[in-house]
Write a new protein. Structure first.
Length: 198
């Protein structure tokens, strides 16, 4: 009979399992990440992961929740700093790039795995919405201060699309020295800011 685990032990193993899942996703993709492979990496029986998660989808959802929450935290912190909306927006953009390049596996997990069926993982829906809100919150401040004009939701998604595209190109090694990430990011922000200027 398995021994009773403490809450701390359960959370510790769940965290180790999620870290292993992130590594396996990076190396093998979602199809190559299996419960058996996770168990082998952690040196436990093939059935042990099922004590903590009902299946592979539940692990992927938990990994995505962690990634979205860490991403949101990284972008929320600079927004709370004192300063103008423009200065805080710049800090948010820098935090976005820093997170993506410091945690590329977590970044890919957020955007390369289709979400499970709606409502099946409420924590994932919450975390994804929290991350999505970071993409419009700083734009709303720019609109409120009269820097930009338009629908903050739409403008935020346009800036997000530009940033995400540049990040993915860099992560894929597709940018040339003449068109490096920093130059692309600067020009995209300049052009979009000009286009949405109040």
């Amino acid at each position: 009979m398995p021994r009773i685990l403490s809450t701390v032990e359960i959370e510790d193993f769940r965290e180790r399992l999620c870290e292993a899942a992130t590594r396996q996703f990076a190396g093998r993709g979602p199809e190559g990440m299996t419960m058996r492979a996770l168990a082998a990496e952690l040196g436990v029986s093939a059935m042990t992961p099922y004590r903590y998660f009902k299946d592979k989808d539940a692990i992927l959802a938990a990994v995505q929740v962690r990634a979205f929450d860490r991403f949101a935290e990284a972008l929320e912190a600079p927004f709370e700093l004192p300063g103008s909306a423009a200065a805080r927006a710049t800090a948010v953009g820098q935090a976005y790039a820093r997170f993506a390049f410091d945690h590329p596996d977590a970044y890919r997990l957020m955007f390369e795995i289709a979400p499970p069926r709606s409502g099946e993982y409420p924590d994932l829906s919450r975390a994804a919405e929290r991350a999505r809100n970071t993409m419009t919150r700083y734009v709303r401040a720019l609109v409120d201060e009269g820097v930009l004009s338009g629908d903050p939701e739409l403008i935020g998604h346009v800036f997000w699309a530009a940033m995400h595209g540049a990040v993915m190109l860099k992560l894929a090694g597709k940018l040339s020295p003449a068109c490096d990430f920093e130059r692309i990011q600067h020009e995209a922000v300049r052009a979009l800011t000009h286009g949405f200027r109040a």
